[in-house]
Design a binder for this molecule. Structure first.
Ligand code: DGY
Length: 326
């Protein structure tokens, strides 16, 4: 049986498959791991199932000379050195689709919570500060009828945009390509990023983290947003210049933010923790029982296919097979 290393406990939907189909090594915690933590376990391992918080670089691949497949338990894969894996003809896979709706729901949870000061109200209640209904108590921003700007209208961005129909919102989007389906379905309009930033009441980020998207939202972009606008980020922390965001939230340059992701996860700057006008969640975009179970099954199927020399269903670097034919 192929030897598979799973870097943290994942739902049984995946572990069951792996117990039956592989010689499984399962690490017992979900702390972020890199070569120091993984190297001792990688000898003779053909399949690696890892988390988005694990750093899978050249040194990790050096420690696993028999590796044939890296199955990332996430849709994003910026934690894997793709060029290095491809050079070594190691298949890399992700878990698309099954987490789309869960993540879109969470983006909306952040949007509504930030606009309507939900977590601030919750803190207020638990501190015993509620003295009765007040005309000026915790006034927030309206959502219904406002403008939503979706930055990156792929699977998750489009799912976020679809939800805006129920709130009768005007939807703007940026994307590397036109999305005629989305334009028809929700009346969305593709505009340049600066137009989106200056017109949207809510800006929601859904781009992958790449060299091009790192700090896509920085000082200049935040200054372009309306002072009444909110920034929502469920993509990757480094898409936003976190220090610039803190400054914009402190000065009131934008009204608020809802964040599920952070630039140096799991570290969250103290200045962010001190702010009232930001809703903070611990990277739980896909954290539903249903989505995480489906992700586990998908990642397990990918890793088993790769170790058996089959092309994994969710291959990200199919060129490794072209190279084999050369
Ligand atoms: C992903 O899968 O990339 C998400 O960030 C998980 O929540």
């Amino acid at each position: 049986m192929p030897k598979v290393l799973v870097t943290a406990p994942i739902p049984e939907e995946g572990l069951g498959l792996l117990r039956r189909g592989s010689d499984l090594i399962l690490l017992d915690n979900d702390e972020p791991k890199g070569h120091a933590e993984l190297t001792p376990h990688l000898r003779e391992v053909q399949g690696l199932l890892c988390l988005l918080s694990d750093t899978i670089d050249r040194r990790v691949m050096d420690a696993g000379p028999d590796l044939r497949v890296i199955a990332n338990y996430a849709v994003g894969f910026d934690n894997v050195d793709m060029a290095e894996a491809t050079r070594r003809r190691i298949a890399v896979t992700n878990t698309p689709d099954v987490l789309t709706e869960a993540t879109a729901d969470l983006a909306w949870a952040l949007l509504l919570a930030a606009a309507r000061r939900v977590t601030e109200g919750e803190r207020f209640m638990r501190a015993g500060r509620f003295r009765g209904w007040g005309p000026l108590l915790l006034l927030g921003g309206a959502v219904h009828g406002k403008s939503l700007g979706v930055v990156g209208a792929g699977r998750i961005g489009a799912a976020v945009a679809r939800r805006a129909v129920g709130f009768r919102m005007r939807v703007l989007y940026t994307d590397v390509q036109e999305r005629p389906g989305l334009e028809r379905q929700v009346g969305a309009m593709r505009v340049p990023l600066d137009t989106l930033l200056s017109e949207a009441d809510f800006v929601s980020l859904h781009v992958p983290l790449t060299e091009e998207t790192k700090h896509l939202i920085g000082t200049r972009e935040l200054a372009t947003m309306k002072p009444t606008a909110f920034l929502i980020n469920t993509s990757r922390g480094a898409v936003v210049d976190e220090q610039a965001l803190i400054a914009a939230l402190q000065s009131g340059e934008i009204r608020g933010a809802g964040l599920d992701v952070y630039e140096m996860e799991p570290e969250v700057p103290d200045a962010l923790l001190q702010l009232e006008n930001v809703v903070l969640l611990p990277h739980v975009g896909s954290a539903t029982v249903e989505a995480r179970g489906a992700m586990a099954k998908m990642a397990a199927e990918n890793v088993l296919a790769g170790t058996e020399g089959r092309r994994p269903p969710n291959i990200l670097n199919p060129e490794i097979y072209d190279a084999e034919r050369e």
